[in-house]
Design a protein around this ligand. Structure first.
Ligand SMILES: [Zn+2]
Length: 275
């Protein structure tokens, strides 16, 4: 019992330390050896969490082809419709207003990771349900400040500049992995990066559980492997986006990504007038 409390405290401290996701993650190659799949039936340790993230970050470099780099479009600032906050679209084309204030709440008791206060209860419910099935949907990164996103994006852009890409190319490549500030669903508190103990998150029991049940709690897999050409974002099996219970199932059944589904429904964002 005492050990369990101590472990929870340690994990809590870890998340307190890294919650803003601004700690540089070391590069680490994925090898056959370290991609062994094991069931996510235990809360990951601090070391396992950092290894998972290091591998997750480096894996993404290879997913999208780098020989056809489309320059980033000039983003437009959207008007957020509070009535349909759960369907807010942000991406490389649509950006949230920089001064938009997200009201946050703790996503899971005991973790210092936040989501929009309207989303957090759904994550907690999903977390509890998974836990009852012996699965840990450990929250790693939820709400992220605009300024933190800016720093992360700049760091990623700098990485590609160092690799010899032009500025236009570096900005576009970076955006496939870390969204520019205001373009990330984390800035709105609508998405959670879920951390498993395993390197290939889509091979885990946690991922299988999410595929089966996340929609019941209003969450969808946002950046799928098949829709990378539409989203312009690499496949991110750990990134789960809240759209609401009433829409998650419908979106899944449509086989469309959020951009396509919103467009079909005539629900694309309203943009602010110039000037
Ligand atoms: Zn994410």
């Amino acid at each position: 019992m005492i050990l369990a409390v101590l472990m929870a405290g340690l994990v809590g401290c870890y998340f307190l330390f890294v919650k803003n996701d601004d700690t540089p993650v070391p590069e680490m190659p994925v090898t056959e050896e370290n991609s062994t799949v094991e069931p996510s039936t235990q809360e990951p340790s601090t070391a396992e969490v950092s290894t998972f993230l290091a591998v997750a970050e480096s894996t993404t470099f290879e997913v999208l082809s780098e020989d056809n780099i489309t320059p980033l479009p000039t983003p437009e600032t959207i008007i957020i419709d509070e009535e349909k906050f759960n369907l807010t679209l942000v991406n490389n084309r649509y950006r949230m207003p920089e001064d938009y204030a997200v009201q946050k709440a703790c996503a899971v008791d005991g973790y210092d990771v936040e989501l929009d206060y309207r989303v957090a209860p759904y994550y907690q419910a999903m977390y509890d349900a998974a836990k009852a099935d012996g699965i840990y949907l450990t929250p790693y990164s939820g709400y992220r400040r605009y300024s933190t996103q800016q720093t992360n994006y700049q760091n990623k852009t700098a990485y590609y500049l160092q690799q010899g890409y032009t500025e236009t190319e570096a900005l576009a490549l970076a955006a496939r992995i870390i969204m520019p500030p205001g373009s990330s669903e984390h800035n709105l508190g609508l998405a959670m990066d879920i951390c498993g103990t395993d390197y290939d998150f889509d091979q885990t029991d946690a991922f299988a559980w999410l595929k089966e049940h996340a929609a019941e709690y209003g969450f969808i897999l946002r950046y799928t492997e098949e829709k990378q050409s539409v989203t312009q974002v690499v496949y991110e099996p750990w990134h789960w986006r809240f759209v609401g219970v009433e829409y998650a199932k419908e979106i899944n059944e449509s086989g469309l990504c959020l951009e396509e589904w919103l467009s079909m429904k005539n629900l694309m964002p309203t943009v602010q007038a110039d000037g």
